[in-house]
Design a protein around this ligand. Structure first.
Ligand code: AMP
Length: 117
């Protein structure tokens, strides 16, 4: 069981912003932007690879609703999934990060095949 299951079950507190039968959204405890919210499935799903398409659509629908509720829909926001080890996924319960509330820096691909010089 991950920490997110404990949040779903109200065993530990979280600052909840949205909830329905399938999804839960709450503020990230260590925000990386003025608004940083996590959207998770209530089912225990480890990562995107083990998630069915219907659940993905519920999650993205929740992302849209949360973005509107937080007034991010006009200015924009970023949705990030750290999926698996190389992406640095820390909590093995699928989660979509919603980041916004400021102009976000661009993500640049770092080409590790070239030397830094
Ligand atoms: P990731 O690195 O994509 O697995 O992201 C995990 C995220 O969960 C991080 O941004 C953490 O700050 C966040 N997090 C961990 N524990 C909690 C918690 N108890 N409440 C809210 N967010 C959390």
């Amino acid at each position: 069981m991950t920490i997110f299951t404990k949040i779903i079950n109200h065993e530990i507190a979280a600052n909840r912003v949205y909830e329905d039968d399938f999804t839960l959204a709450f503020h990230d405890i260590d925000p990386q932007a003025p608004i940083h919210i996590l959207v998770i499935p209530k089912k225990e799903i480890a990562d995107l690879q083990s998630c069915d398409g219907e659940t993905v659509s519920y999650l993205l629908n929740a992302v849209q609703l949360v973005a509107k509720k937080m007034k991010l829909d006009e200015a924009g926001y970023r949705v990030v999934i750290n999926n698996g080890r190389d992406a640095g996924q820390e909590v093995e319960h699928l989660h979509f990060h919603i980041l916004g509330g400021t102009k976000l820096g661009h993500i640049h691909h770092q080409d590790r095949t070239k030397s830094a010089t």
